[in-house]
Design a protein around this ligand. Structure first.
Ligand SMILES: NC(=O)c1ccc[n+]([C@@H]2O[C@H](COP(=O)([O-])OP(=O)(O)OC[C@H]3O[C@@H](n4cnc5c(N)ncnc54)[C@H](OP(=O)(O)O)[C@@H]3O)[C@@H](O)[C@H]2O)c1
Length: 335
């Protein structure tokens, strides 16, 4: 943990100016999980500013109607100023989708709700995440970090895959899945993913190992999806160390995080910088499918376990089996 916190990656690498370097997102449909949280919300705002995407879906934990409306209004105001609704021409829709990644039925309802509104999906950003929550399991009985960060996202991608593929077959598209992992994947158990414990609360594993295992699995997910879907660009990223809601949660829970809080600004970056790797992977023509990037656009930094093809293949087979009853949804227009 200390190794990653104090000596991990810095936000260096490719120069990327989000004002100038994001190409037009005009007409695109984008879905970002965890987009009511800090990195997801700011990513939504920046993408919305570039050429008016058709719609950006904020998929996040259910909240009351007023809170959902406030999230949508905040994003709209930050992206377009106060007079968005008065402007002529196409307007970007910002829509809230309820998604609880601890529950397969919530994930299915989220995908169904999306497909009741749209028939294309250009960019899927698997961004939601948790760190250091008490040992527990999801509704289907998976260790909670693994269930939310990895398996829930694997299911969402599976359900929406026909729509992503359908969109990729339209002329002039550039369809992407961006998987938000972490340099924390290096904290996974040194023997790799603990398959025999994934359907327990892993109470004997440290929270760092549980988080690390889930983030290791996400890198593998990006690589496996890239291999199976050459028509898409699929990449994983570590965004950097950023002072977000996640850091605030860690300060409450972790002695090490509290002990290093006063010096955190020296090794963390603000959200405006922390989203640059998200934006780069969503939009840069330099992105190579199947790659894990540290900020910004730096490849080949993943651990030996994250490069282990046998482990990745085993995880893919395990995942496919766990999700075998979850049939992908066909987009309505594609029949
Ligand atoms: N910040 C960093 O330094 C850092 C470093 C490496 C990787 N990351 C990754 O970056 C991503 C974004 O994190 P962030 O820093 O922006 O943290 P954040 O502000 O806490 O955002 C995370 C979002 O995920 C949502 N979420 C939590 N549980 C969920 C569930 N069961 N279903 C659906 N959504 C759920 C949260 O909702 P609530 O707020 O309602 O709980 C929140 O909106 C995460 O995947 C994280 O692991 C962050």
């Amino acid at each position: 943990m200390a190794r990653v916190t104090l000596f991990g990656s810095r936000n260096t690498g490719a120069a990327f100016d989000s004002e100038l370097d994001i190409p037009s997102m005009a007409g695109k449909v984008i879905l970002i999980t965890g987009a009511a949280g800090d990195l997801g919300r700011q990513t939504t705002i920046e993408l919305a500013k570039h050429g008016r995407p058709d719609c950006i879906y904020i998929a996040d934990l259910p909240r009351d109607e007023a809170t959902k409306q406030a999230v949508v209004e905040h994003i709209t105001r930050e992206a377009f100023g106060g007079d968005h609704h008065k402007t002529d021409g196409p307007k970007t829709k910002i829509r809230f989708l309820e998604l609880d990644l601890t529950s397969f039925s919530s994930i299915q309802e989220c995908a169904a709700e999306f497909l009741s509104k749209d028939t294309r999906l250009d960019t899927l950003v698997l961004n939601a995440g948790i760190i250091r929550i008490a040992p527990g399991t999801t509704k289907e009985g998976y260790e909670v970090h693994f269930g939310i960060n990895y398996l829930g996202h694997a299911l969402l991608a599976q359900l929406l895959m026909p729509t992503l593929v359908h969109t990729a077959h339209q002329p002039g598209t550039d369809v992407r899945i961006v998987v938000i992992s972490s340099e924390g994947h290096a904290m996974a158990p040194k023997e790799g993913i603990q398959f025999d414990k994934l359907k327990t609360d892993c109470v004997r594993m440290s929270y760092a190992s549980r988080y690390g295992q889930s983030k290791l699995a996400l890198i593998s997910l990006a690589k496996e999806l890239a291999k199976r879907h050459p028509e898409l660009k699929v990449a994983a990223v570590h965004p950097g160390r950023i002072l977000t809601g996640m850091a605030v949660g860690l300060w409450k829970e972790s002695l090490l995080a509290r002990a290093t809080k006063s010096i955190a600004p020296f090794f963390c970056v603000p959200v405006s910088v922390g989203i640059i790797n998200h934006l780069w992977v969503v939009s840069s023509s330099k992105v190579v499918s199947g790659t894990y990037y540290e900020p910004v656009g730096v490849p080949d930094k993943e651990s030996a376990l994250a490069k282990d093809k046998e482990l990745s293949d085993k995880l893919w087979k395990w995942t496919t089996n766990e999700l075998k009853d979850m049939k992908p949804f066909e987009p309505l227009a594609a029949g």
